[in-house]
Design a protein around this ligand. Structure first.
Ligand SMILES: [Fe+2]
Ligand SMILES: [Fe+2]
Length: 155
């Protein structure tokens, strides 16, 4: 089984326990949407698409599990590290790359490393394009404008 399949299985195990069906569907849709967008951006930018996918799958898992977005980037990075340590499918360096990206993913106004930026941008793509008729969130507008130029997206 691929590492991504292993991780998807683990993520699904956590999500299956969510009692609220709507929230569970939203979680599945967002985590998989961000994972796909992250893989695509990694391919565009010459970065590691496998690690980008894994970061996308994990990035908000803690928030969905706990029901709280308070400090969810830091707490989510800690939770992702525990999960990855348990799964034992990544090297310590790979775990660091994934967890650092998760720790930074909510700091949309800052610029961090390449994988951090991929995860932030993938989050913005899912927020902005899962319903393309909705207005882009104001705090994500600058980042979305840069993505539009990079990916040649129409208005
Ligand atoms: Fe988040
Ligand atoms: Fe997210």
């Amino acid at each position: 089984m691929s590492r991504i399949k292993d991780l998807q299985k683990q993520v699904n195990k956590v999500l299956e326990k969510l009692e609220d069906g709507d929230r569970r569907l939203k979680a599945v849709s967002h985590l998989h949407g961000v994972a796909l967008a992250a893989a695509m951006l990694a391919k565009v930018r010459g970065e590691n698409a496998e690690l980008a996918t894994m970061a996308g799958l994990l990035h908000d898992l803690y928030a969905y599990k706990s029901g709280s977005y308070d400090d969810h980037a830091q707490l989510g990075a800690d939770y992702a590290r525990k999960l990855l340590d348990k799964l034992a499918v990544t090297s310590p360096e790979e775990t660091d790359v994934i967890c650092t990206a998760i720790r930074h993913h909510d700091s949309k106004a800052e610029t961090n490393g390449p994988m951090d930026e991929i995860l932030k941008d993938a989050d913005v793509i899912d927020h902005s394009l899962s319903d393309p008729t909705k207005a882009v969130k104001p705090h994500e507008a600058a980042r979305y404008a840069r993505l539009r130029a990079e990916l040649r997206l129409a208005d």
